[in-house]
Design a protein around this ligand. Structure first.
Ligand SMILES: Cc1ncc(COP(=O)(O)O)c(C=O)c1O
Length: 485
């Protein structure tokens, strides 16, 4: 309500009560004003009522909610289901205009404001999470793979004759397909084995640049967050190489915002060399539904060029979800989640090590990977060839999600390219293994229950290979399962 309405209210309710109500409302409004002025993630999380007040204020600024509106266009923000309208806080017009996802829509001042504020808040989060010098970013309603494709398509205009993308191998299909879908030829650079870790082969990258010619290379496509025993690429060295040969550099930072190490690598790479854009998933870093990513970089013009590359308007849902999330967590809440994740990584590593020792296996030594861990399955494989894949299905039926079992020698063809040793980021990794990750939102209970079930499965498989009936197969829900919500 505005001043006028408040004073009219005083005819109905005692003036002192109304004044108290005015003051209360001012508290919410002050928070909204600070957000609009500073464009930063508030330090303390907002209450749901402040968030809803803000979103409702935005919604009434859009033409689909104008009381006297009559529309005769082909897109008037009409929604048949009230449930759908409420699900979107009546922000129906989406973001951008045909031809530019960052443009302001005359019909939708509220949605346009939402878009600008979200991009600004997300930029603040990228900065305080470690990439201090990032200058520009935008939320795009596509997941990581497609967002990488958009970056490659934008670079095509700058380097029309380039055909190749140099890509230190990471066995994740969307990463590979993001290049193929954009119409480029990925040049796979195999990783080198250093101890247990798979690391970027810098010499092989440089050799390829010289062999193919820098002008024929669209970019280097590197990766930070990845499954162990692969570790984040040597970003600084790659960035320096890209600067030396004037080759663009796109970084896949899929779930790297949650790790200060991944963010530091990007910051350092940009400081000493060249990084044109880095891409991160919204769901993997901010605990929102799948469907959005952030494209960020150090040169505002290039990031603007990418946003202009997006054809047409876009869904506002990913922006809305991440804005609501960050407003409710506040910077403090988000940093707390990051700190808890880091602590639980150490806990998970200790628990996996103890488990590995107990079963004659080894926690692979991958100190450069800050999120994902791997435990060897050598002993299991030695007992029985099929036991490794069996472990995968046992974990699945026991509702341990996210634990990946990587057998030896799997072959897979992705968009015409055959990968030997698929899933292991290497043609011939020395042992089969199991992955587990400490990702944002993980709880101590997740760690403890999954270790307990993993232990049970391993024991069961050992018995199986000795010809006894598997405990895990005979009783798929053991006592610990009773604690599953
Ligand atoms: C390193 C990496 N890059 C990219 C992706 C693909 O992400 P999206 O599904 O958001 O396209 C994943 C998904 O797991 C990933 O692990």
């Amino acid at each position: 309500m505005n001043e006028e309405n408040f004073s009219v209210s005083e005819k109905l309710v005692s003036a002192s009560y109304v004044r108290q109500g005015v003051q209360a409302r001012r508290g919410h409004e002050q928070l909204i004003r600070t957000l609009l002025e500073q464009g930063k993630c508030p330090e303390e999380g907002w209450s749901e009522s402040t968030i809803e007040l803000f979103l409702n204020e935005l919604a009434v600024m859009d033409s689909n909610n104008f009381l006297g509106n009559c529309g005769v266009g082909e897109r008037e923000g009409r929604v048949a289901s009230d449930l759908v309208a409420r699900r979107h806080y009546r922000l129906i017009h989406g973001i951008g205009r045909s031809g530019d996802i960052a443009a302001v829509q005359p019909k939708a001042a509220g949605s346009s404001l939402l878009n600008k504020i979200t991009n600004s808040v997300v930029l603040d989060v990228l900065r305080f999470s470690g990439v201090r010098s990032v200058s520009s970013c935008f939320v795009v309603p596509m997941a990581t793979g497609m967002s990488l494709t958009l970056c490659f398509l934008t670079l095509r205009h700058r380097r029309p004759s380039a055909r190749y993308i140099l890509w230190p191998r990471i066995d994740q299909k969307s990463c590979f397909k993001s290049m193929v879908t954009a119409g480029f030829e990925p040049v796979v650079i195999e990783n080198v084995l250093e101890g247990d870790e798979l690391r970027t082969d810098l010499q092989a990258v440089e050799k390829k640049i010289e062999e193919l010619g820098a002008e024929n290379i669209l970019c280097v496509h590197s990766t930070t967050s990845c499954f162990a025993p692969r570790v984040p690429d040597r970003l600084e060295e790659l960035a320096v190489m890209c600067a030396k040969y004037s080759i663009p550099h796109i970084v896949n930072n899929a779930y790297g915002v949650q790790s200060s190490k991944c963010m530091h690598l990007i910051q350092q790479g940009a400081r000493v060399g060249r990084i044109d854009a880095f891409v991160q998933s919204l769901d993997k870093n901010f605990m929102v539904p799948v469907g959005g990513a952030i494209i960020a970089g150090f040169d505002e013009d290039f990031i603007k060029e990418i946003s202009k590359m997006y054809p047409g308007r876009a869904s506002a849902s990913p922006s809305l979800d991440v804005l609501i999330t960050l407003l409710s967590l506040g910077a403090r809440g988000y940093k707390k989640l990051l700190a808890e994740r880091k602590e639980l990584y150490t806990h998970l590593a200790q628990e996996l090590k103890t488990l590995a020792d107990r079963h004659g296996e080894r926690l692979l030594n991958t100190p450069h990977n800050p999120i994902s861990l791997a435990m060897s399955l050598d002993g299991l494989q030695a007992n029985c060839d099929k036991a490794v894949t069996q472990l995968g299905s046992m974990l699945f039926t026991r509702q341990v999600s996210g634990a990946r079992v990587v057998p030896l020698g799997a072959e897979q063809t992705v968009s015409g390219h055959t990968f030997r040793g698929f899933m292991s980021h290497s043609d011939a990794y020395p042992c089969p293994y199991l992955n587990a990750a400490s990702a944002i939102g993980i709880t101590k209970k997740d760690v403890e229950l999954s270790i307990k079930r993993l232990d049970k499965c391993l024991k069961g498989l050992k018995k199986d290979t000795k010809g006894e009936k598997s405990e895990s197969e005979s009783s798929p829900s053991g006592p610990d399962d009773q604690t599953v919500p």
